[in-house]
Ligand binder design. Sequence first.
Ligand code: 5GP
Ligand code: ZN
Length: 108
Amino acid sequence: MQNCIFCKIATGEIPKEFEYEDKDVMVFKDINPIKPKHHLIVPKKHIKELVVAKPDEIKKLFTIVQKMIKKSKLEENGYRITLNGGGAQFVDHLHIHLTGPMGKKAGW
Ligand code: 5GP
Ligand code: ZN
């Protein structure tokens, strides 16, 4: 979609180093991290937000969230998943924030 920053990242128009990539999903670091690890898990296809995503698309995204939790060692160090929608999001292209470490071990 024109003028969508995450679509431009998906097509390579805006170069970005991916932490994970397959044909459907890309993962990259948030430009403005709120924790030492702040990944954005994003479908390459333009999906406006969660409520219009198909069950298979949601399943795929969360499978990659699981992968990233393990890859970033957040399973043992605490993590949070945030998904903004309904106007609470700045970028109108579905994405999941995975942030950490946090919690007991990280001292909240
Ligand atoms: P939202 O509030 O829509 O859930 O969050 C959008 C997130 O995307 C923000 O945390 C913001 O820092 C991040 N972001 C916006 N533009 C870019 C960009 O061009 N590159 C990267 N890596 N992150 C971005
Ligand atoms: Zn888009």
